[in-house]
Design a binder for this molecule. Structure first.
Ligand SMILES: Nc1ncnc2c1ncn2[C@@H]1O[C@H](COP(=O)(O)OP(=O)(O)O)[C@@H](O)[C@H]1O
Ligand SMILES: [Mg+2]
Length: 380
């Protein structure tokens, strides 16, 4: 079929099976999108699904592009995804669906030889994985039920965090306002301890605001409801003014800020404000840890532009390197030149933003030898 999409008629014996299903335990109709280019495999899954006790409606598409189109029209409860399609392969396929349709539960299909890819996919947000050739009806139905249920709970939790952070924001604004008024009204007779208490309260209320704002931003991006405009963005146009803004802080910390931007680097497809947000977070971290220099480098890397923020600070120990993109993770609270109270959310937000752009983010570091954070944004 030319657009790679078809609404498959059930096989001949299916009507009978479906009648049996209807007589089985009462269940809501489950709408399944099977994203699978191999016809034999697809037939196998059709039959296995229709043999199950849950009434279901199955549609099949053969390409990722057709899957995007179908998911975009809504009404799909769960996607069953073959990880190697004509227009996308590997865990990348899942990541692309997940970025666009974060609330569609996905069960991944892998071949026997690449089961590790299935595990990787679950780490990246798939609800489950199944190995082709080792799937029977019971397993498939259980996996689909489980995927739908787990995704519903994830979503409820996401909504809860969103509402909660919203509700905390207003009273917190009042608390901060009152504390600021109090601090400004110093009658000159306060003791050092009293002043210290007010300062501490203000600082911590400020930190709480920062946490709330970042959590709201993460949940906004995660919800898939955020209206984000993507356009052509010139990396140099984001990096240069940003570095100028950091100049004063760098001087104060006695850190040299350097840039190295490839001259003919093509534009990226991105939202400029969000790219700036990512880079600011990385540079802010780097400035905190660097001993003498922070370098921002932009250069071509395959299908995108790679922007790296490299510092010569203490680096990140090997066993902790996998943690830094998780929420609320702060490995070191001390920074050069004082105690730092961050939120531990900066890198989690960066990851969320980069994934929305179908990009990549990772870190290379050796303890004592600095850290290099890399992001790749696809070309426009
Ligand atoms: N350039 C860096 N060098 C060493 N450690 C870093 C660097 N950037 C981030 N980290 C570590 O990762 C943690 C998480 O960073 P982030 O999410 O930005 O939170 P925050 O900056 O609020 O602490 C930091 O607390 C720090 O321990
Ligand atoms: Mg940070």
């Amino acid at each position: 079929m030319s657009d790679g999409s078809e609404v498959k008629q059930a096989p001949d014996h299916a009507a009978e099976i479906q009648r049996e299903c209807a007589a089985g335990p009462p269940g809501r109709l489950v709408r399944v999108l099977l994203i699978e280019d191999n016809s034999d495999d697809a037939d196998y899954f059709f039959k296995a699904l229709l043999r199950g006790t849950d009434p279901c409606e199955i549609e099949r598409v053969e390409t990722l592009a057709a899957a995007f189109e179908r998911l975009g029209r809504g009404g799909i409860d769960v996607a069953v995804l073959d990880l190697s399609l004509p227009d996308s392969s590997g865990v990348e396929t899942l990541a692309r669906i997940h970025a666009q349709f974060p609330w569609t539960p996905v069960v991944v299909l892998t071949g026997r030889a690449d089961e590790s890819m299935g595990i990787q996919a679950v780490k990246e947000g798939a609800q489950d994985y199944l190995v082709k050739g080792q799937v029977d009806t019971r397993l498939l139905v259980r996996s689909i039920r489980y995927a739908i249920e787990r995704s519903r709970l994830d979503r409820q939790r996401g909504d809860f965090v969103h509402v909660l952070t919203h509700e905390i924001r207003n009273p917190l604004t009042v608390v901060r306002g009152s504390l600021e008024t109090l601090a400004d009204s110093d009658p000159g007779t306060w003791t050092a301890a009293q002043k210290g208490n007010i300062d501490r309260a203000l600082r911590n209320a400020g930190l709480l605001s920062k946490i709330i704002d970042t959590m709201l931003e993460i949940s906004r991006l995660e919800s898939g409801n955020a209206l984000i405009q993507f356009g052509r963005v010139r990396a140099a146009g984001v990096i240069r003014p940003m570095l100028q803004d950091f100049e004063a802080e760098a001087r104060k910390r006695k850190i040299r800020l350097e840039e190295e931007i490839q001259e003919d680097l093509p534009d990226i497809c991105a939202n400029e404000d969000l790219v700036l947000q990512v880079l600011m977070n990385l540079v802010q971290n780097a400035l905190r840890f660097a001993s003498s220099t922070v370098l921002v480098r932009a250069a071509a890397n395959g299908a995108g532009a790679q922007i790296s923020v490299i510092d010569d600070g203490e680096g990140i120990p090997d066993h902790q390197i996998g943690l830094v993109f998780n929420r609320f993770v702060q490995l070191k609270r001390r920074s050069r030149g004082g105690f730092y109270k961050g939120t531990g959310l900066g890198l989690a937000l960066c990851k969320q933003i980069v994934e929305l752009h179908h990009g990549k983010i990772w870190v290379e570091s050796e303890e004592g030898a600095g850290a290099a954070f890399h992001v790749v944004f696809p070309y426009a």
